[in-house]
Design a binder for this molecule. Sequence first.
Ligand code: B1M
Length: 779
Amino acid sequence: TFGANRFKLERGGLSVAEAVSAAVEVARQAAGDRALVALDIGPTGRVLAPLGDASFEEVYDTVAEQVRAAVAGAAQRRGCDAVLLETFTDLHELKAAVLAVKENCDLPILATMSFEEGGHTFFGACVESVVMTLEGLGVAALGVNCSLGPRQLLPIVERLCALSHVPVMVQPNAGLPVMRDGISSYDVTPDEFAEFAAHFAGMGVAVLGGCCDTTPEHIAKMTAAVRQKTGDLAVLRRSVPDATAICTPARPVRFGEDFVIIGERLNPTGKKALQAALRAGDMDYVLKEAVKQQDQGAHVLDVNVGLPDVDEPALLRRAVEEIQAVLDLPLQLDSASADALEAAARAYNGKPLLNSVSGKESSLRTVLPIAKKYGACVLGLTLDDRGIPATAEERLAVARRIVEEAERTGIPRRDVLIDCLTLTASAQQDLVRETLKAVRRVHEELGVRTVLGVSNVSFGLPRRPLVNRTMFVAALAQGLDAAIMNPGDTGMREALAAWRLLSGIDHDAQDYIAWCNTQEALVPGQAHEGAVPVPTAAHPAENTPQAPAAPSPATQPVESPASGGSLPSKDGLDTAITRGLKDEAGARTRELIKILSPIEIIEGYIVPALDSVGREYEAKRLFLPQLIKAAEAAKAAFEPLKEALAAKAGQEADSPSQRGPIALATVYGDVHDIGKNIVKVILENYNFRIVDLGKDVPPERVVEAVKAGNIPVVGLSALMTTTVASMKDTIEKLRQECPGVKVIVGGAVLTPELADYAGADFYARDAMESVRIVSKLLE
Ligand code: B1M
């Protein structure tokens, strides 16, 4: 039933209900009482928005339909014993699938993903995030299937075993594919496979199997070897330390190892511009604030959209989706409305922190089940139906109640954090000390992590930053683990830098010294304004991808191929593209167009930004979602250029009649068309008529179009090493069928040598070179 979903069965003549129930029936008959039967569900084959066009709920409905088909009539007969969700590469899709199973049957869920060498899935989820998200969602076992052979999976299995509190499951392929005598096969024999499997069992893996190209012999030998290793297939115990952590797929953040900064700026209280943006649904403003806080060194972002006149559940969910589309920082979902918390927790990709639950009866009753269901961490406030208690002792009691209630709801203690609440020093001076005492006692007596927002303390006093900073340091000394703060607050960041040094988090003062050096390198006076380059916590646990390091135009002027000089430094177009900010990219281009030509913007900004994204992708610091977002932002940047060029062409309408035509195509197997589209617009601007054949174009279609339009020049684009062969193929076919045609080729991987190899007449490095070549050819 791996692919028995509505999309894949569309053309097969069977309904989901028919296919699934028949398969379950067959499996049940074969298994009898000797084996368990699992309903097997693979990825839907659709890509979730914002990268693809499938919605979270659409994926949910698709899986729910499969599950309902499997369990229909289960009261009368024994059907499936479990549900196996396998080979997923998008953690968000897997979350939708887990929820669909959980909400439509009571069967245990086994969930495995496919990883690439290096420990990330194709969509960029790391092992740690996969573990904490799935564990939180309550699966019975989790792990890895398919992907690679057992040898390559070893480091991934080690991570799984070190991190997962639930049983670990491993189903490798029979090695990697190799060509033998012209036939592709896998390279691990049943004996080798069995040896690895026994090793995995020795590490405490609980469920073992085989995926691609494993045979009954692999499985039989594996079973025998594991039996010998463990004594009757008993699962060996693992010990897994407790850690309080939240994540997005690519970025886990652990509390307690290093100090965590939770950016507070996405909260409309007292911020008129944010309030107006939220009311107007202006998410670009929200995204800019989010990106700014990330740049300033926040590890987590608090997201609060609470305004009296908005649909808060819908708006919070939308804000979370939009932020997650461009940033990979984990989020703290902040609302007083349980409905809003639930809507956002459901849509969240990864494991969020819910802000907040309190000791109030109603809060405990509504918020804790949401945290449990969606596997979130929860922030408990030390207040209850009687308000904020005066003493540390009483606040500890409220915290204890929250922790115990959480555990009763099935939330492990490690997933609860406590905020001991800062009060105002000017009005309640004694209570400041009680907050500080409570921080220490909660940590020591309950063993949970603590969070505090400190800026309330200075309310009504002069020189508030000084009071805030001092309170902050005092709380750090009590063992505070995280602060909800403005990451751009230089005073607090300086205090934290020094604190990390004094407390020994910053070994050998390395971060501190590096930071002092950058501060001194800045122009005097700048150190206390704007961005705050302060040592950051080394939170990313694994080879966590960072946002692409955008070159700063202020320090690295980009060479302009057109002018030969340096481009204006006040833009941010390259950053907008590397970060995948569509609206920002469009807006920046509209600014630049006032002072630069379209070609200067393309060659000086858009192409270098995409090149830098490409390099980060190659280095595995960025993954496909970010690549796609950057491409979308580049397209958005290109729109105003197209308009400007079209307007210019309109003004020159009485210029000589069009020349050409020229056919343009990205070759078969290649979907990269940004470059080809740029070439098209530039050539059109030089009054050439273009026949755009699109992307992924088979050679036959190019030939057909050239013949039909009697086209003298063809431009072919290829961006991958693998599609240069397809370019060669297209040119060969053109030579055979359209002997007079001239072929120009271009694209990121091409060189003059590769152009020769492909049999082209000309190689064009960029769009302007195409203009020069085509002009000559058609003279
Ligand atoms: Co992909 N991608 N991508 N990608 N992508 C590259 C090309 C890559 C180099 C990144 C990397 O790893 N460093 C790499 C190829 C590696 C290789 O083969 N050596 C790669 C890969 C691997 C992939 C996927 C396989 C990723 C995956 O799925 N695992 C996948 C492939 C899908 C497929 O094609 N079957 C994929 C997908 C994508 C996106 C869809 C996300 C997106 C494309 C969106 C779109 O085009 N609609 C994308 C992007 C954006 C890139 C990078 C980052 C940027 C490409 C780009 O638009 N450059 C790219 C890295 C890079 O190029 N540095 C990368 C800007 C553009 C203006 O330049 O196209 O070279 P370019 O065009 C120039 C000139 O070359 C010339 O003029 C243009 C303007 O100056 N020119 C011509 C081009 N064509 C011409 C034709 C002419 C004349 C001149 O005829 C007259």
